[in-house]
Ligand binder design. Structure first.
Ligand SMILES: [Zn+2]
Ligand SMILES: [Zn+2]
Length: 345
């Protein structure tokens, strides 16, 4: 491995020991495989999935039954490279795509590496994440960000990638209309992404007035309070519906809001099972699908941010050091909070 001269041998790491119990450990800096780079972590976004692991100790079948390092939305600087990687990469500012697919299985070979059954994804048991000083990643998943993108925005290219994958699935093209349920981080970033993809009508529903107000600042052309008016009763007739709420009621009324042959993309994590209006889906030939992470979204994400079409810096509402990861994970209890960033170094 090629190292920059200043690299230490140990690093501070925030470790989730079990549900609701975090500690700081001094751990060895990871060694780099031939095809990997070593990244000194600059900024890590707090994601809803980190919060689930912290509070409930699990997400569905993924259970925290051994100490786990959280954090999968990250940026940093390359400080070391494996023997097969060009040493000229040392010093590059990068956004990390936090997944290691096997590259060999049927899904990988078909270009759907997000569906690789051997996937190792950061901060998903048993794979450690990035609330620590240094991480390794295969070189092609360390994406150069150039000088105009902040480390905070670069970390948030991960949720932007979720939005890009969703908007692609929803087949948004210039002039499309879209309904988005939920004005949390994913809903807000999806609204901006739909605008960047050319959607002309971007309707966002949320139960909370302050979140609806914020959606109007980030791309929504209209907002709906689903308690005051059921979207399904408004004849919205949109091309696509993206659920970023996980609410069964929102999913039902969203499906009833799309036009014939429209598309529904389920992104929000809520109840694992829901009742769907099947005859409506049949009669209108509506496509209902989900997304699982993303494939090849970072180049698009970097362009959308560097060109000013998507603003991620303004979404940051909290900044924390490694000693305050618990506070960062709890910051979503405040309605004004949108994205918290942890700075491990
Ligand atoms: Zn995330
Ligand atoms: Zn694979």
């Amino acid at each position: 491995m090629t190292n920059s001269p200043t690299r230490p041998t140990t690093m501070r790491t925030s470790v989730l020991l079990k549900q609701q119990e975090l500690t700081i450990e001094e751990r060895p800096v990871p060694t780099v495989d031939a095809d990997e780079v070593l990244v000194k972590v600059a900024a890590v976004g707090v994601c809803g999935s980190d919060v689930h692991y912290y509070r409930e100790g699990r997400i569905g079948d993924f259970i925290v039954d051994a100490p786990l390092v959280l954090g999968h939305e990250l940026s940093g600087t390359i400080v070391g490279v494996g023997v097969d990687v060009d040493p000229a990469r040392i010093g590059e500012r990068v956004a990390v795509e936090p997944q290691r697919p096997c590259r060999l299985c049927r899904e990988c070979r078909a270009g759907r590496y997000n569906l690789c059954s051997k996937m190792e994804f950061y901060a998903t048991p048993p794979i450690d994440g990035a609330f620590c000083g240094y991480v390794t990643i295969q070189t092609e998943f360390a994406h150069a960000i150039g000088d105009s993108v902040s480390f905070e925005a670069a970390a948030l290219l991960e949720p932007l990638s979720v939005a890009i994958a969703s908007v692609r699935k929803a087949q948004i093209v210039p002039g499309s209309s879209i309904l988005i349920a939920g004005a949390g981080p994913i809903g807000i970033i999806t609204a901006q992404t739909a605008r960047a993809f050319g959607a002309s009508e971007i309707i966002v529903s949320d139960l909370i007035a302050a979140k609806r107000e914020r959606a109007l600042k980030f791309g929504a052309t209209r907002v709906i309070d689903p308690v005051a008016e059921d979207p399904a009763a408004l004849n919205l007739d949109v091309n696509a519906f993206i659920d970023a709420s996980g609410s069964a009621r929102a999913v039902d009324s969203g499906i009833r809001s799309v036009r014939p042959a429209g598309t529904v993309v389920l992104v929000g994590l809520g109840s694992p099972e829901m009742i769907l209006p099947v005859s409506h889906i049949q009669n209108l030939e509506i496509t209902v699908t989900g997304i699982f992470r993303y494939v090849d979204t970072w180049p698009t994400a970097i362009h959308l941010v560097a060109s000013g079409q998507v603003d991620l810096d303004s979404l940051v509402t909290g900044k924390f050091d490694l000693e305050h990861v618990a506070e960062a994970l709890d910051s979503d209890r405040n309605d004004d909070s949108l994205k918290s960033i942890v700075y491990p170094n």
